[in-house]
Write a protein that binds this ligand. Structure first.
Ligand SMILES: *Cc1c(COP(=O)(O)O)cnc(C)c1O
Length: 219
């Protein structure tokens, strides 16, 4: 099927409260433009340089989401235009995003990435680390970032019971944090293979790549 067909197919299955991030990493701008012309405006990339390059070539009303691991020294390249950073996994990174956002007189929306997978390789912080950040005085001083929710990467498995356990964990943590943080509204979980399950478990934002753009050769 074509990119517009894939996109429409997925969109027709998403409840209204769920936002679709079209994950376009490794794909050429011509593919992104096919999705754009079919109405898609939110694109997710996992490498800052690649996102910067595509941002320069794509129309201005695209909303760019950084979904990958963020190195602090590269935040400055995306600070001017990024619309949501999903993978914030330390206070140091939050501080750097705040600093770079300030230079552009912006407030950058961020999600804290919570480690929900049982695998060691995944980035993210523990619930305790996130709670400590959100309740700290230092956090309250960061006026140029806004934490609007949580992001999670589930274990790479097709065991639905395991996935459900991890997704539900994130939803539970979200519900706890939301009590003190009125700006919390996004739960970013679910990819091509598991987004329906993720939505059942509370996802409000799914990150879908291969089911829209086809399989990737790398990444
Ligand atoms: C690549 C990627 C996705 C999309 O994966 P698909 O299986 O192609 O849908 C989602 N989230 C993150 C963080 C990714 O790196």
């Amino acid at each position: 099927m074509s990119i517009p067909q894939n996109l429409n197919n997925i969109k027709s299955q998403l409840p209204e409260h769920v936002t679709l991030v079209a994950v376009s990493k490794t794909k050429p701008v011509s593919d992104l433009m096919e999705a754009y012309n079919a109405g898609q405006r939110i694109f997710g990339e996992n490498k800052i340089q690649e996102m910067v390059d595509k941002h320069e070539q794509m129309p201005n009303d695209v909303q760019w989401h950084m979904i990958g691991h963020v190195q602090r020294n590269k935040v400055k390249y995306m600070a001017e235009f990024v619309s949501l950073i999903h993978g914030v996994d330390s206070f140091k990174l939050l501080k750097e995003i705040n600093k770079q956002a300030k230079k552009h007189d912006r407030v950058i929306n961020c999600l804290l990435q919570i480690k929900i997978a049982s695998e060691d390789s995944k980035f993210g912080m523990t619930t305790e680390e996130a709670r400590d950040i959100l309740t700290s005085e230092a956090f309250k001083e960061l006026k140029n970032i806004k934490v609007v929710g949580l992001m999670g990467m589930a274990t790479f498995t097709d065991d639905d019971t395991q996935l459900q356990k991890e997704f539900r964990l994130l939803k539970t943590v979200f519900d706890e944090f939301k009590i003190q943080n009125s700006e919390f509204k996004i739960i970013s979980i679910g990819m091509s293979s598991d987004y329906k399950l993720a939505i059942d478990c509370g996802s409000t934002m799914v990150r879908i790549g291969s089911s829209i753009f086809g399989v990737r050769n790398y990444n």
